[in-house]
Write a protein that binds this ligand. Structure first.
Ligand code: AHG
Ligand code: MN
Ligand code: MN
Length: 331
């Protein structure tokens, strides 16, 4: 690969990792690449266009207000994935049930089309998260619930797009993690972060500490540990919390840190969704040498029971996740 490798070239080059591949999977990734360019453009315009910013006046299945940009992003990704004819079904945060598409498609996609909605109106980084699986039911039949309720260990690929000070697409197919930065001048994603790995040690912790008193003793103990002064172990850690999972995760991946959304007394399963938030980022975390846990066990081994299932979430540098697990086990 030369030093100006585009995402398009990279996808084609990596097809050789899947011997006998028909190119359908590459076509799926290209669909995601296209939709993310369109959404990136809409995100950049959001502050200018009153019809994009603000609530859409409808609620999604979790009773949350949908933002207009949520709806726009959802439509764009669904359109791009439908056009490729390789996807048989999509589960989205914005749709109560899964969407059936092409019965001849071999893949299913789970996605959070717009993550960090509360940050849209205030010009703060937001993102998209996606996860790709092979269907369980036979090709040529309608897609079923069981196609979506697969553990994260079955993921073929996962990734996110961060719409930040620049737009980046980061993804894995199980052979490491690569990050591409969008160059709006020429309209392409360029490989800017090859083979991404968490730094050896981290010193950032990211949790909505407004939930501190509603968290378990183990989580409180870990947060207090993070704040304790101890030069040898680089503490106190630095607190950073954006409120967009993608942005918090991305920063911690580059700088080293842990992201925590624990169970709380109000939300015993936490807030984040297993299929289209936790599992895809867990796959990336593990491929980058990190870890992802529900506080007790590996996230990717949780058997899903519902499309919009929530799960407590701890992800980042392995040593930090293990430490948090140890405090929880000791509580
Ligand atoms: P979404 O915008 O897709 O609903 O996700 C929001 C999530 C996640 O991005 C973020 O980390 C978390 O909600 C923030 O929750 P709090 O406001 O409770 O901290
Ligand atoms: Mn989200
Ligand atoms: Mn969302």
């Amino acid at each position: 690969m030369n030093n100006l490798t585009t995402l398009g070239e990279f996808i084609v080059d990596k097809q050789k990792d899947f011997p006998g591949s028909s190119g359908e999977f590459s076509s799926l990734l290209s669909g995601i690449r296209l939709a993310s360019k369109i959404v990136s453009q809409q995100v950049n315009k959001a502050g200018l266009l009153s019809h994009i910013v603000g609530g859409a006046g409808s609620e999604n299945i979790q009773g949350e207000q949908q933002q207009k940009l949520d709806v726009i992003a959802n439509d764009q990704f669904i359109k791009a994935l439908t056009a490729r004819n390789v996807v048989c079904g999509i589960a989205s945060e914005e749709n109560d049930d899964f969407i059936k598409i092409n019965e001849t498609g071999r893949y299913i996609v789970a996605m959070d089309p717009l993550d960090g909605s509360s940050n849209i109106d205030v010009n703060v980084s937001i993102g998209t998260i996606f996860s790709i699986y092979k269907r369980k039911t036979p090709v040529g039949t309608p897609v079923e619930n069981e196609d979506f309720l697969q553990p994260g260990t079955e993921q073929l690929a996962a990734g996110y797009i961060i719409y930040g000070s620049s737009t980046m697409l980061v993804y894995t197919t199980g052979f490491g993690v690569n990050g591409f930065t969008f160059d709006p001048g020429i309209g392409v994603f360029v490989l800017s972060h090859p083979n991404m790995k968490f730094p050896d040690s981290g010193k950032i912790y990211s949790m909505n500490e407004g939930n501190f008193l509603r968290s378990s003793k183990g989580v409180q103990d870990y947060i207090n540990y993070a704040k304790t002064i101890d030069e040898e172990t680089n503490r106190p850690y630095t607190a950073r919390y954006i409120g967009s999972l993608v942005a918090d995760f991305h920063r911690n991946l580059i700088k080293g840190g842990i992201y925590i959304y624990p169970s709380t007394t109000n939300a015993p399963l936490g807030k984040l969704r297993l299929l289209y938030e936790c599992n895809p980022l867990a796959f990336i975390a593990e491929q980058a040498g990190g870890a992802a846990s529900d506080g007790k066990k590996r996230i990717m081994e949780v058997t899903p029971t519902g499309l919009h299932q929530r799960v407590p979430y701890f992800t980042g540098n392995s040593a930090m996740v293990e430490k948090a697990e140890a405090f929880i086990a000791a509580e």
